[in-house]
Design a protein around this ligand. Structure first.
Ligand code: SF4
Ligand code: SF4
Length: 150
């Protein structure tokens, strides 16, 4: 049996007078991201890992810049995906535009680290052996993963 699949609403489908946000689940109100210094050594990666251990925290890299991303719904986001304090919303919300927003963004980045383990594995791959040993309590054997994850 052939079933018709509903076409996902695209930005280009917007009619004159409509607002893109009416078709969105408020993607931009559910996280914030801040640029951070590029991690250069084991201590930096260990700090990043600490951030990630606090919950819904990720890192992504775009055009060489690292970003800390915190997934957290704004406390004023309403069940209908509308803003509960529209008239007094922060300036950063007022400045945000649908022109380049993430409405149809698939959240693809140059690099994306979703778990501390992923980040640690990456650190393990790029740091020189002496960096891997520096903060480890255990002596490192050649080819052995030495960075504690627990
Ligand atoms: S600005 Fe973009 S991401 Fe934010 S609610 Fe509107 S359409 Fe969605
Ligand atoms: S204040 Fe309103 S527009 Fe701004 S993040 Fe919260 S719900 Fe979204």
């Amino acid at each position: 049996m052939v079933t018709a699949t509903k076409k996902k609403f695209q930005r280009e489908d917007l009619k004159a007078g409509e607002v893109l946000c009416e078709y969105c689940t408020a993607k931009c109100c559910r996280y914030f991201a801040l640029p951070v210094d590029t991690p250069k050594n084991r201590k930096d990666f260990d700090n990043f890992r600490w951030y990630m251990l606090h919950g819904r925290v990720a890192f992504f890299v775009e055009d060489g810049t690292w970003f800390l991303m915190v997934y957290a719904d704004c406390k004023h986001l309403q069940p209908d995906h509308m803003c509960g304090i529209y008239e007094t919303r922060p300036q950063i919300c007022r400045d945000y535009s649908t022109d380049n927003c993430e409405f149809d963004d698939d959240a693809l980045y140059d690099m994306y680290f979703e778990t501390p383990e992923q980040l640690w594995e990456f650190a393990q791959a790029i740091l020189p052996p002496e960096q891997q040993r520096k903060f480890s309590a255990e002596p490192v054997q050649p080819g052995e993963l030495s960075l504690p994850l627990a």
